[in-house]
Write a protein that binds this ligand. Structure first.
Ligand SMILES: [Zn+2]
Length: 107
């Protein structure tokens, strides 16, 4: 994959950065990895698989944010988030959409 002469980010690396960033507990933690995130985002722009994975991850976190808003309980959603991220990490790019499809059940 990839074009010559461009700093290519591996898909694994991109995925790890996206996961680390979206699961960072505070804005400060997120800010510290913004430059990495920029690299990851430029990777997703040229890699359809990572783009789709990134979109799944964004959906997952949007759903978790809604859950937090609706429950106003931090602990239960935090556990759900941990479980979801664990499931997401174990999923391959090919079945990443499984998480999105089953998000309602998992929540
Ligand atoms: Zn990729």
């Amino acid at each position: 994959m990839g074009r010559f002469g461009v700093r290519l980010m591996m898909c694994d690396e991109c995925e790890r950065i996206l996961l680390d960033w979206t699961s960072a507990p505070t804005n400060d933690a997120r800010a510290s990895s913004v430059s990495l995130l920029t690299l990851a985002e430029s990777h997703t722009q040229s890699c359809p698989e990572c783009a789709s994975r990134s979109a799944d991850l964004a959906r997952l976190h949007a759903a978790l944010d809604q859950l937090r808003d609706s429950t106003s309980q931090m602990e239960a959603p935090a556990q759900v988030e941990t479980n979801l991220l664990a499931a997401f990490r174990q999923s391959t790019t090919r079945n990443a959409s499984f998480i999105g499809i089953n998000l309602g059940k998992l929540l």
